[in-house]
Ligand binder design. Sequence first.
Ligand SMILES: [Zn+2]
Ligand SMILES: [Zn+2]
Ligand SMILES: [Zn+2]
Length: 316
Amino acid sequence: MELRWDPIMRQWIIVSGARGKRPLLPKGYCPFCPGSEEVPKGDWTVISLPNKFPSLSPNPPLPSKSDRLYRTCPARGICEVIIYTPKHDATLADLNVENIKAVIDLWTERFIDLGRLDYIKYVFIFENKGRIIGVTLDHPHGQIYAFPFIPTIIRRELKSSKRYWKRTGRCLFCRIIEKEKEDGRRVICENDGFICFLPFFAHWPYGVHIYPKRHVTALPDLNEEEKMMLASLLKKVLRKFDNLFNMSFPYMMVLHQRPTDGREYPHYHFHIEFYPPYREKGKVKYFASVEMGAGTVTFDYTPEMKAKELRESPES
Ligand SMILES: [Zn+2]
Ligand SMILES: [Zn+2]
Ligand SMILES: [Zn+2]
């Protein structure tokens, strides 16, 4: 386990030789169900656990030899699992708003605790949902990777928002929220605290973003009422996905928050992004050569069309 620097793309790669050997679980056994050794005894609603097969470790082995071109670094960090509920067959969308709020509270707590560690520069909270994404455990859960560096996509967002902030004195994301509201065609749903839309420049057919309307850079900046509103909106969005496709809709969901490296990022704006791997019912959206090899996204519809489908999909 080590970090290797890609000098061409200028980013760290996490190399963990042992993770490929993860054992296949016996059929019918779920390590996240009550009664398993991994979860606490007694009642719980939502819990975090260390990831048993982490890609990063608080005490990583020494990396292989580094030179000026081929740099390596210890893979120091923390990987955790967040179990959303004791109920094996539920999904985040099935939980009631109070339970989803409890998930958001735990995200917030882990963001603060992990971010406080001096070697953690970025706390990345996410969920991979569905077998099609490669998830091997059906029990509803998300994950956290606490990185010793700021990941590439976040660095890119920080750079563009800082540039906009310097040039105009305004937040790039707040401006995008205004633009989307003005236009309205890509807005999926909103409440007093949050808004969900498929951006003008969406990358995935159903790749919605959720933003707090107030300019905050991370979860700990939200008040209790706002966290309730986030829970409520999140449930509606997830319901719309499930109802539109008439199935438990698979997705990747990521939280984009400020880094935890001790610097100030007043120009950043917390948000949630989704990358669902479908483009239509029964049709998978592949990120293929043009996306992977040229970094150019092809969107085979218009975001206005896809947003309309989601807007009209029942939210309960
Ligand atoms: Zn289970
Ligand atoms: Zn903002
Ligand atoms: Zn983002």
